[in-house]
Write a new protein. Sequence first.
Length: 423
Amino acid sequence: MIPVVAVVGGGWAGCAAAAAVQQAGAQAVLIERTDLLLGTGLAGGIMFNNGRLTAARELQLMGGGALFDAIDRVTLHRRVDFPGHRHASLYDVDRIERAVRSALESMGVRVLTQSRAVDVVRSGTRLAGVVLSDGSSVAADAFVDATGTAGPQANCGRVNGCCVMCVLRCPTFGPRVSISAKAGVAEITGPLFSAMSGSCKLMKRSLAPWLVRRLEEQAAMVIPVPRYMARADRAAHKACQQYALPEFYDNIVLLDTGQAKLMAPFFPLSRLQAIAGFESAAFEDPRSGGIGNSIRYNLITPHDTALKVDGVDNLFCAGEKAGLLVGHTEAICTGTLAGHNAVRHALGLPPFRPPVSTVLGDLLHYLDATLRPPVGMPQKTTFAGGPYFSRMYDTGLYTTDEKRIAARVQQAGCEHVFSRRLA
Ligand SMILES: Cc1cc2nc3c(=O)[nH]c(=O)nc-3n(C[C@H](O)[C@H](O)[C@H](O)COP(=O)(O)OP(=O)(O)OC[C@H]3O[C@@H](n4cnc5c(N)ncnc54)[C@H](O)[C@@H]3O)c2cc1C
């Protein structure tokens, strides 16, 4: 019998987990509450900046890069530099979902959209199934919790004073539900964990044609703002610490991801419209980006360095659920490992723990050290900035040298580990 792995949450982490399950020879069922895959990845687009390039190349050499081809097909700009960030790529946020969904379906993933998990079926220390909001259930041998950390609306209300109508569309599709919490796992939280998402999307059609033309030619623009507009979000506790740099407060940093990505958690509309080229600016996401953004990082799931959730034998976690980790690449890397280890568990094999000589292995040890009690000052981090990128830099893990990355993966004995069939 081919093992079945139910992956709950169809963001980048869940999509990568589902791909890894198929690659390992098992059957993935991907359960997503909205009608689109990719979650917050529908509002993102920046890939391969700083250490994300190293981590992505390593993962590809480990055989886990199934979704990078789909990203490549809808990439608008490559090797883009902007303040504090080198060699980024920008994917088209309007075309990425179809590209990833097609890739997953052609791999054989069973994709269930508009399917919200609201409870679990427990059997001792294991999960036997997840219950969906229509009362049906999905049985599986192992599970991945990739439900992210955004929403439900009450979180945004607590910090923002309201729901700013973000891409997760909680009022329409119902709130996020943590599978780990439903399984009785005590999730990690703290007063300083919650953070506001760090960028907005503007409708290109609302911007002056000359501005759009220049943005599409240059991919990234740094536009100084008048002094009196010293950005209001300076004090905001942002999820994206990699953009907490003076250049992002003293200028408008705009990136072309199909839409115009404004690198600020929010920007008062009347002020924005006082800047040349932005006179008719309108927010695409979040719709109320003049006053706030979605709130994330409310609850983190405790897990070990194989991404197995503490206290439940056959439950793994990935993406933002797995730590104060920000980013698509981070979600893809942890998702791949969680999906792979879920299959190993279902087959009675020991989990794969990437060695600390690799970025993924080192990251998991870093998360373990920062999230075990007593949890200190919670700092969001990424391969592209924040404390973890500094660590990559200091330890020499960060490199853009393809030969060095390949040698490292080979020496660690990790080549093609995720693309070998186990079942
Ligand atoms: C506005 C914005 C811009 C960003 N820009 C970038 C960027 O340019 N580059 C970058 O690298 N990172 C960016 N990030 C961060 C990045 O998007 C996230 O850190 C990463 O994609 C998180 O992936 P995830 O799969 O863990 O979670 P999410 O993207 O939150 O996905 C979780 C999914 O689970 C679903 N779900 C939740 N509960 C349930 C349930 N009970 N049943 C079924 N489904 C459920 C949700 O609907 C959602 O689709 C951005 C984030 C935001 C909010």
